[in-house]
Design a protein around this ligand. Structure first.
Ligand SMILES: Nc1nc2c(c(=O)[nH]1)N[C@H]1C(S)=C(S)[C@@H](COP(=O)(O)O)O[C@H]1N2
Ligand SMILES: [Mo]
Length: 263
């Protein structure tokens, strides 16, 4: 299995310079390749589909990401991307310590829900010490506490045609001259139901700080940092990603990043 993993990397190598610059480009950088409908980008998109299929074929659905001990937490989780959303709805919630916050759960579910933070905190919780890897090239080990996403999905009752879980966020990111776009992300049902996929409200034994996504952010421990939406406003269960945002499954994906960022 490890051998095949290596050859996946080698396969990505065939895509050449472009393949290696995309993951390294970093959260803050855009270049011509990422902006347009470049043929290289189309090729990368199909390479990503292949990577996704291969990994899903080769890796057991519940394989766990490594977990660490308390002594391996060397610093606070480094805040990255949005760290202080300015959306007025978010600011009003933040001013009242998120007392009026509701997580909206909708889409292909039997029972749409609006969950308070207390309701989320009263569900079974999971705490895990894991390593966060950002495409910018830094990593942080941190302790996350939250409710397994699978639990929330079970409460809502996922319909049989559901394929993806979409996270809608409060913050918007600049698109340069094209204005701005709300941050969003999506994962498949395998990652959504993975035991380490949690809706986190705690970080390193304290309440999740605003800089790291308060009041609720997702942890998807087998993927890169940009998949782990902060400031989650709503969860939507869908069968198709093409009608959401720019249609590629996430804010960064719409700008050219891989949808499947498995590590
Ligand atoms: N809503 C939202 N989620 C986000 C981002 C963001 O800008 N907005 N940045 C992503 C990126 S690139 C990373 S590395 C992590 C950073 O999480 P942290 O601030 O807790 O380190 O959040 C991810 N989730
Ligand atoms: Mo990142």
């Amino acid at each position: 299995m490890t051998r095949l993993f290596v050859s996946r990397r080698r396969f990505m190598g065939i895509a050449g310079v472009a393949a290696s610059t995309v993951p390294l480009a970093g959260c803050d950088m855009l270049d011509g390749l990422l902006a347009g409908d470049d043929p290289v980008r189309g090729f990368l998109a199909s390479a990503n589909t292949l990577t996704y299929r291969l990994q899903r074929l080769l890796i057991p659905a519940d394989r766990l990401a490594p977990e660490f001990s308390e002594s391996e937490i060397r610093q606070g989780q480094r805040p990255n991307g949005s760290t202080d959303p300015t959306d007025p709805v978010y600011l009003a919630l933040k001013d009242a310590e998120f007392a009026a916050y509701r997580l909206n759960v909708s889409g292909l579910v039997e029972r749409p829900m609006q969950l308070t933070l207390d309701e989320l905190r009263n569900m079974p919780s999971r705490t895990q010490i894991t390593r966060h890897d950002c495409v910018e090239g830094w990593s942080c080990v941190a302790k996350w506490t939250g409710v397994p996403l699978a639990r929330v999905l079970d409460e809502a009752g996922v319909k049989s045609d559901a394929r993806y879980v979409v996270f809608h966020c409060f913050d918007s990111m600049s698109l340069g001259l094209a204005g701005s776009a709300a941050y969003y992300e999506s994962i498949d049902m395998i990652d959504a139901r993975h035991p380490q996929t949690i809706l986190a409200y705690g970080l390193n034994g304290a309440l999740l700080p605003v800089a790291n996504g308060a009041p609720l952010r997702v942890r998807i421990e087998r993927q890169l940092g940009y998949k782990m939406a902060k400031y989650i406003r709503a969860i939507e269960v869908v069968s198709d990603l093409s009608k959401i945002g720019g249609g590629r499954g996430g804010y960064w994906e719409d700008l050219g990043y891989d949808w499947y960022a498995g590590i």
